[in-house]
Ligand binder design. Sequence first.
Ligand code: ATP
Ligand code: MG
Length: 670
Amino acid sequence: MPDDDKGRVVGKVTSVSADRLVVELHRGNDNFTVVGFDDVHYVARLGSFILVPVQAEYVVCEVTGLWEKDPQSNRPDDKGREMDKAASAKFLDLAPLGMIRGGETRKFEFGVSVFPPLYADALYARDEDLDKVFYVEDTSRAVSLKDREGNEHQGTIPVVLEVGTSVVFKGYPVKVKVGEYFGGHSAVLGNTGSGKSCTVASILQSLFERPEEFAARGASFVLFDVNGEYRPAFSKLPEKIQRLYLRANTGDLAEGLEQISEGETVSQFRLPHWFMSVEEWELLLRASERTQQPVLRMALAFSSILAEDGEESLKTRNHINAMSVKECLHGTGGDSPVSKRQKAWMVLNTFGTDDLNASVLSEYNWNPKFGNFPEQGDWERRFIDHLESFIQDDVVFPKYENKPFRFDVLAECLDLALLYQEAHGNRQIRDHCSQMITRFKWVAEREEFSFLRYDPKGLTSEEAAPNTFIEWLIGLSRAGEAVAKSAQITIIDLNDAADEVVEIAAAVIARMVFEKLKRATPRNRYPVHMVLEEAHRYIAQKPTRYAIDASRIFERIAKEGRKYGVFLLAASQRPSELSRTVLSQCSNFVVHRIQNPDDLAHIRQMTPFISENVMKRLPSLPKQHALIFGNAVNIPTTFKVRTVNPAPDSDDTEIGKLWFQPDNFKVGIC
Ligand SMILES: Nc1ncnc2c1ncn2[C@@H]1O[C@H](COP(=O)(O)OP(=O)(O)OP(=O)(O)O)[C@@H](O)[C@H]1O
Ligand SMILES: [Mg+2]
């Protein structure tokens, strides 16, 4: 044993098992205190470290229990007699955590491969050992980057990020490895008010506030800010970190917004409806599987056909129109003959092509005033013969292709799809679809869905195309071949949005981001981190009926996103309600106070490598304190999160101040 180790022996190992060592302290260590060469070491604090040398390496153990035993007594808890404190033996329970390997680098590694023998010496930990364990060296690294023009740029990049300070070793910084933390999915869990949002904001602040280094310009954080609280937290970031603040409100965009800060762009949150996939439409319109979905799919396909100009699509349109008009005139459905004819006219007028439109009716002596054909002359039959010339046998409908169309056009397309189905003998279809149609009308009218309904005429071609829209949203801008970053943080403020809108908007955007990055060549160049507040709402273990599809895309991202550079940072109060698939794919966890036994059990299940002792701390963690574990830190550590400044808009309600007031006291709250 090296000489300097001899000086810091505090006791001997008297019991060894895979998950617990017991050390008997040497007599003379009064009150568990050791006077070392460098300092006074109080070894008997829960959570402090003891090192046990094994050959050239050290097993690092955490103190998990302290007890005394009177030599006169057989049992440590013998209460029948006064304990002889001076003569009593003092013991430490230790949980083995990892090893400091020998050699020049002396690196700490989590996990123990060699256990100490009985009567091995136990040493107190010096500051340099703590440095190894907490990984405080190498905070940044020098790099040389080449740009497109071949110019070299010298600078430094951070290797670790300080997220707070250790609770046990006062003042010791707790750091996460940048590559590991942001190179995987992560979760921030804890009861309401325990500090999750502040932690997320604080981590991002420490990432972006590093003036001495290359800024994290290539980062893209998309925050689904369901409580509308993050904007102030990023208002003081360096100007070069660009923020896009998108607000899903129905009224005046500027209302209630304070000054726009340097580097911030404020805009209304819009998600044109044609960006939605068929499945997302089904989710929005709550289309049931067997009867309603085929009609909806057909209506959406019609919307794409309407947007096409080619010869094939013209033929298909004529076919659909002819089938539907024929059905209107001849069908046996419930409408009166007058309304049937009116509908025929409506179809031709709305969907008509150059070959077959409402004006063709006049060639067959149609009376526009009464909306019918003359009784004499067999005109209706002749017109139907004309219609039949457009009807083809094997029509293959083109698919819905997310082409821009007006929202209200879908109402007409739905009607056309119903007529078309009726023309194929599906007489009950209108009844079966009535719920979906009612829901469509509701979505078409409600203010909270206005962010979806869009007239393509009001948009530039870039705004109307899903690809360019999503590039803008994740902060990419193009100038020819070159791609530049136009924003690092995108906040989607969904505070004013209804619950189901949040689910749908999050699902649509997540899918679009995922598809965009999946198709990108070369892969993995523009990583995107999606920050999901109240994640249990849209990535639930047992989703609500309408959130099923929203959960599906996030589960897919959890499983496959890493390959393409799409990462999730999920914050939730209810880990037990959060999708297991998503949680099990997280490589790092920051866990605040959790008291609910179900949630605790769930975390324990997800993370079998965390010791019982660590878990026991979770219910009693104070605000702003958390346990961090995962591959970005060397050991699971309880720490005080760096104070967030400025804070998100998430202050606790101050009941004391708000309730108790003198008589006739006026406050300026609106
Ligand atoms: N890192 C921190 N720095 C400063 N204050 C903090 C920090 N963490 C927590 N707090 C305090 O705790 C309060 C609650 O924190 P926060 O809003 O982050 O909780 P939360 O877990 O996100 O709650 P909810 O689940 O309701 O959203 C904050 O208003 C702040 O006063
Ligand atoms: Mg919060």
